[in-house]
Design a protein around this ligand. Structure first.
Ligand code: AMP
Length: 275
């Protein structure tokens, strides 16, 4: 596996691949890899392509310095995992190289600052927007893989695609279902910041919410948790609130519950389809 740390070099590498008619898959991550990330890599195996994983903990998408500082990092382990899973290249840029010097004035559709996570994390989606565009422009991938666990992020990726890349190249965005542990807790790097008792309690709480939507109306907080939001959305409505123009028909009757919950200082998110 190649490890590339400069933007110039990754562009050179991918231009060379393109000139020899190779397709490129890109799997962006913030590292501390788990089976959720691996499911994206597995999905990329359905597409004949050179597999590039990126690992960059993007400071722009963290609202709190403490959250950024505490974000788990296991680079050596991640490298071994990527090698074992047949990734061809790891792009691990330095912040000064990948983040633009001048930030464009970003105006995202209403939903990204007023709904779900966007309402509670000012500037978060602008931060994601900046890094995703940098990655696409540097790498020029044919396929990109994102998890439904971060559903609103997926809407942002679809929005970026719609606005900038739809007519220029044949970039395909592939969304992958949420991978959970045996207790039903969605895998997340942040789970590593919880102790076993907290993990058990929070997965039970989320399961309660899933099984008994009554909790939606009375989201009780206690010493162990505080619920930031629990909301039910019709997906075609949610997509259009985020500026997406081509709303797939199959979304019409689909509904999802979205939630964010604090366990101590650790913030977890989840979402799942309901009937
Ligand atoms: P992260 O490293 O948390 O930024 O995540 C990188 C990618 O992996 C994003 O597209 C996430 O949505 C995806 N991802 C994270 N956790 C999961 C999970 N439990 N199941 C599926 N995809 C996930």
């Amino acid at each position: 596996m190649e490890i590339i740390t400069s933007k110039k070099e990754i562009t050179h590498y991918t231009k060379f691949l393109k000139s020899s008619n190779k397709k490129i898959s890109l799997i962006p991550t913030m590292g501390n890899l788990h089976d959720g990330h691996l499911s994206l890599i597995k999905s990329s195996e359905d597409y004949e392509s050179i597999k590039i994983a990126s690992l960059f903990v993007n400071p722009l998408q963290f609202n709190s310095k403490e959250d950024f500082k505490n974000y788990p990092s296991t680079i050596d382990k991640d490298i071994k995992i990527l090698q074992k899973n047949n990734i061809d290249c790891l792009f691990m840029p330095d912040k000064n190289d990948i983040l633009p010097k001048d930030f464009e004035n970003i105006k995202l559709p209403w939903g990204f600052n007023n709904l779900l996570c966007g309402k509670y994390r000012p500037g978060h989606f602008e931060g994601v927007y900046i890094i995703v565009k940098q990655l696409i422009d540097a790498i020029n991938p044919d396929y990109m893989f994102f998890g439904e666990k971060d559903y609103q992020q997926l809407l942002l990726i679809k929005y970026i695609h719609q606005e900038f890349y739809k007519n220029i190249n044949k970039l395909l965005i592939i969304s992958c279902p949420t991978i959970r542990d045996a207790s039903g807790l969605a895998l997340s790097s942040r789970n590593n910041l919880l102790n076993d008792k907290q993990k058990t309690l929070v997965s039970k709480k989320i399961l309660d919410i899933r099984e008994n939507l009554m909790d939606l109306k009375t989201p009780l907080n206690n010493d162990d948790f505080s619920i930031e939001y629990i909301e039910e959305w019709n997906l075609s409505n949610l997509h259009s609130q985020h500026g997406l123009l081509d709303i797939e028909k199959k979304l019409n009757n689909k509904k999802r519950i979205f939630l964010a919950i604090y366990v101590g200082k650790v913030r977890l998110i989840d979402n799942f389809e309901i009937q």
